[in-house]
Design a protein around this ligand. Structure first.
Ligand SMILES: *Cc1c(COP(=O)(O)O)cnc(C)c1O
Length: 380
């Protein structure tokens, strides 16, 4: 089956008790049992909930995986993956990634003895060189938030396999419509479902998808033991979001391409970060592993003063100044003070994330209206 069909039918069987075509919101904490240990497979809602199970089946289907697990946020999903490890274990992570992931690694898990090494993931060789006998996990994001760098998933998966290391890919920016890391050899795919999967800026949620049964059992054990599960209402919203993911992504890609080209042609703009440009340093890999380039774009102004950056960020009328991304409405964001403020300035600048970088999440409004909005804010 093709993606459009999979996304609409993913995880949803008519409700067995009524035939309801939409999965009901099972708003319950517990289930009545016939006798101790005799039940319908449902005991307590932290461990089992039918709405969540439907969503988890959908996550698996849209990522071409066997198993899906839902979490109460993207960072809770990341947290579960790191809890597979033990003190002394090492993780190789990208030097350019979502600020909240960096904060979780450095401020929470380092003190439990997990060791993190940050490398530039654009060169598979750099990863190879960072491997030690204690390396247990490679964590990569592609495209990266916010610099739109690309990791060659198949190349890194080959290195991970050869060294018996798990590879987890944060696929939030691409969405399963544009990229499927498990097909390229990754062991685990992670999403902030808050973004494109939910798609309507109305829910916080995360997910993991994997093929290995043993890995699924370990992560399910962590999910129920640590307890960061989403409620059934939130699961319903994401199930509903997934049904339109393919049509939304098509428009995000079309609008993203138009805005990237518009920005590049604007004399007030110094640099545009978008993997769809042929001269993007990893364009060939992006083309190979993604079926489109999505709606995320970053750029810098020629006048890179703090005042001018601030003025532009406060001047758009359709693009709303807000953290987050992947919703139907367009957003503008200042990574240095917003989404990536938790990364120390020195570290940020070293990795290429300047104080004047502006990030756009291009929504699915009319592209001409979006370009007109940027024109009136930036000038030409
Ligand atoms: C937002 C985001 C996260 C964290 O997800 P939450 O749902 O906000 O917890 C992780 N990775 C990336 C790339 C993100 O954009």
């Amino acid at each position: 089956m093709k993606k459009a069909t999979i996304f609409i039918h993913a995880g949803t069987e008519p409700d067995p008790s009524t035939g309801a075509i939409m999965t009901p919101i099972y708003q319950t904490s517990t289930y009545v049992q016939e006798a101790p240990g005799v039940n319908k497979g449902y005991e307590y809602a932290r461990s089992q909930n039918p709405t969540r199970f439907a969503l988890e089946a959908a996550f698996a289907a849209i990522e071409n995986g066997k198993y899906g697990l839902a979490f109460s946020s993207g960072v809770a999903a990341t947290d579960a993956v790191i809890k597979l490890l033990a003190p002394g274990d090492e993780v190789i992570a990208g030097s350019d990634m979502y600020g909240g992931t960096y904060r979780l690694f450095t401020k929470i898990f380092e003190k439990f003895g997990i060791v993190f090494k940050y490398v530039n993931m654009q060169h598979a060789q750099t990863i190879q060189e960072a491997i030690s006998p204690n390396t247990k996990l490679i964590w990569t994001e592609t495209p990266t938030n916010p610099l739109m760098n690309i990791t060659d998933i198949a190349a890194v998966a080959a290195i991970a396999k050869a060294n018996n290391i798990l590879l987890c890919v944060d696929n939030t920016f691409a969405s399963p419509y544009l990229q499927n890391p498990l097909d390229l050899g990754a062991d685990i795919v992670m999403h902030s479902a808050t973004k494109y999967l939910g798609g309507h800026s109305d829910v916080i949620q995360g997910c993991l998808v994997m093929n290995d049964t043993n890995l699924r059992d370990q992560l399910y054990f962590i999910q129920k033991s640590s307890g960061a599960v989403p409620g059934p209402q939130d699961c319903f919203l994401v199930l509903r979001g997934i049904k339109t993911l393919h049509v939304r992504m098509q428009r995000h890609c079309e609008n993203g391409a138009k805005i990237a080209q518009y920005l590049r042609a604007n004399p007030k703009v110094a640099k545009v970060y978008w993997p769809g440009f042929e001269d993007h340093p990893n364009h060939d890999i992006a083309r190979k592993q993604m079926s489109g380039f999505g709606g995320m774009i970053s750029f810098e102004l020629k006048n890179d003063s703090a005042d001018e950056t601030r003025r532009v960020l406060s001047s758009t009328k359709i693009f709303a100044l807000a953290e987050s991304l992947g919703g139907v409405e367009s957003l503008i964001n200042h990574p240095a003070t917003m989404t990536h403020a938790s990364i120390p300035r020195e570290e940020r600048i070293k990795n290429g994330l300047s104080d004047h970088l502006i990030r756009l999440s291009v929504g699915i409004e009319d592209a001409d209206d979006l370009m007109a909005d940027l024109s009136q804010a930036i000038g030409e």
